[in-house]
Design a binder for this molecule. Structure first.
Ligand code: ACO
Length: 269
């Protein structure tokens, strides 16, 4: 199969065709994985549609919620990818294996684009996770800034058990949050992490009863929206850069951001 055929219809699919529901209500955008009968399994079309939503997010949006319809947040990549027939219009791992290395890496980069925008400083992304979040599902939750879990949530980095590596941007946040030894243990055993342990490890900001999940996310979004928008963006930028900077560099970054803030708030007063 050629790259063009592999890319296929995944590129142009609407959110609905890609199994997503997308709603914007004022400053909050909600993306719902909406294939509950298939436990919200994800395909290249899902990731393309996510990337396009990121590209065209209305300027007023400050909070992006990602949730899953039905009993599971997401059971990960569509298992048809492992079959010779693959996902109609999107190929299979067998067809991907016939691509040149750089064409295949480019294809993965396109998929990763669906996840990367969720870290943008001008938004805060929240994953609302109930039931299973497996493989690509766990990585989608990790791509978000914050995670609110129902107490029945089950997180699993299944990829190594299937002979793959996690490649949908999840390895860095996982290591950043839980540290290298725990990340290694979770990934290389492909075990399930329950909600209570997830909270202990910092993988969940909040754990609530399943019927309280939507309300807890709404309350969190409201609290995030209550602070000054530009201060929130600048603060997120500062915090995101902190791990990669020395104390001296970080304090310089704080000064730089604060000068801009104070001037925006008080210049001319
Ligand atoms: N891809 C495609 N279809 C799926 C997937 C998937 N990843 N997961 C579930 N489904 C489908 C099932 O085939 C079934 O379809 P059917 O009703 O047409 O037979 C339906 O969703 C319901 O699945 P059940 O297994 O019956 O649901 P249950 O609630 O008992 O179990 C669970 C849920 C645990 C998530 C189970 O479906 C499962 O283990 N799925 C596969 C998980 C997986 O290995 N994902 C790949 C991870 S690696 C990665 O993402 C890169």
């Amino acid at each position: 199969m050629t790259e063009a055929v592999f890319a296929g219809s995944a590129e142009g699919a609407s959110p609905e065709e890609a199994g997503l529901r997308y709603e914007v209500d004022g400053e909050i955008a909600t993306i719902t994985l909406d294939r509950p009968d298939k436990r919200n399994a994800q395909t290249f079309a899902t990731w393309s549609a996510l990337a396009r939503i990121g590209d065209s997010l209305p300027q007023q949006v400050r909070v992006v919620v990602i949730r899953g319809e039905g009993p599971s947040f997401s059971a990960g990549i569509d298992l048809r990818m492992f079959t010779p027939e693959g996902v109609p219009g999107q190929g299979s791992f067998a067809s991907s294996a016939t691509l040149g290395d750089s064409a295949f890496e480019q294809r993965i980069a396109q998929a990763q684009r669906g996840f990367l925008w969720l870290r943008r400083p001008d938004i805060v992304s929240i994953a609302a996770v109930q039931g299973h979040a497996i493989g690509a599902g766990f990585q989608l939750a990790l791509a978000c800034d914050l995670r609110v879990l129902a107490d029945d949530a089950k997180l699993c980095m299944k990829e190594p058990a299937l002979g793959l590596v996690p490649d949908l941007t999840g390895t860095k946040p996982l290591v950043d949050i839980v540290g290298l030894p725990r990340a290694l243990e979770i990934c290389l055993t492909a075990r399930t992490v329950g909600a209570e342990e997830a909270a202990r490890l910092g993988l969940a900001e909040l754990v609530v009863a399943p019927d309280e999940l939507a309300g807890a996310v709404r309350d969190l979004a409201a609290a995030l929206l209550a602070v000054n928008r530009d201060a929130a963006t600048a603060t997120k930028r500062l915090l995101q850069g902190a791990a990669g900077r020395t104390l001296e560099e970080q304090t310089a970054a704080e000064r730089h951001e604060q000068v801009a803030r104070v001037k925006a708030l008080f210049a001319g007063s």
